[in-house]
Write a protein that binds this ligand. Sequence first.
Ligand SMILES: [Zn+2]
Ligand SMILES: [Zn+2]
Length: 398
Amino acid sequence: MKGKMQGVTLVADWDPKPGFKLGPKDVDGRQTYLGSQVWRNPRIEIREYDIPTPGPKEVLLQVKACGICGSDVHMAQADEEGYIYYPGLTGFPSILGHEFSGIVVEAGKDAFDKSTNKPFKGGERVTSEEMLWCSQCKPCADGYPNHCERLDEIGFNVHGAFAQYMILPARTLWSLEPLADIYKGDDIFLAGSLTEPTSVAFNAVIERGGGIRPGDRVVILGGGPIGVAACAVLKKAGASKVIISEPQKERADLALKMGADYAINPLKENFADRVLELTDGMGADLFMEATGLPEVVYPDIERVIWEGRTLNSTVVVTARAEAKMPVTGEVLQVRRAEIIGAQGHSGHGTFPRVIACMADGMDMTPMITKKISMEEVPANIIELQTNRKESKITCLVK
Ligand SMILES: [Zn+2]
Ligand SMILES: [Zn+2]
């Protein structure tokens, strides 16, 4: 398919901090694993591109919906010295956008659709994983694509979905057709664009956190989109009590709407006291740490584990943070508790399970608090630096 398209593009200057050494995957002037050490003066431009052509195992996707993620905000946000906030894999200029859905318009001859085990024909409605795991390194071969050693990331170091078209490998696509009975018109694409953040939450609480048994009690610390999505997943999994801890009222209210049973405002009431009260002194089987403020939250988590009567609690580390966690090993020993790290969303059937849950009535679309056009994406990415009231701002691409 020939023609031109527009893409919301992040541009920044390659200006490594003194002492920065190129690592195994860093490419001088183009790409790094440590964005905040290298990129300076970020700016967002809507640029014009040729519509790309898919290779034999790839498809050309017409993008229909794409949500703004916190990482988009942090890539475009600079500290006092002008360096970007986002610390991870980045290669600029890059079209942003990695929480998306669309329609296959063209496919290579070896691009297979997992939902039919036949080649893509065109017309299929799909979403995609954001992580382009290589399938060839040792972690991939061992079944851990979230820890791929040769990772590319859509909307970070390869072109993303704030554009009319994009190229994707068939291996990371998942069909949205199971949602067709519930969602009509654009709604199937809006729901589909929430598969990626919901899969991050699913990977954290189900795959890495070990899941829950029906009846378990769960505490989510932090009501950003991943914490809110986890409320829905955990209710679907049969949690008896889901407690959200979040100071911003709009976010706490959204968590309640998505399935949380109780909300705690940790700035106005004592978190540990309140969790123990709401659980009749039992505490929680699972804690999801989604604040990125370990020095603030761990003393209270530890007190709930120590004073609550639930053994075998798991704390799953979901938010990224540079600070160390203050935790007493003795508490973990005596209470048989554990702390586990979670990263990514790929593998172990996570995407298709999230889509199946949505098809079975787990409605994620209330997370979309604002719908915008592509022209409005740059201003909304900037606005999210200070606005904590919105959850997902989602672009309907025309
Ligand atoms: Zn994201
Ligand atoms: Zn790999």
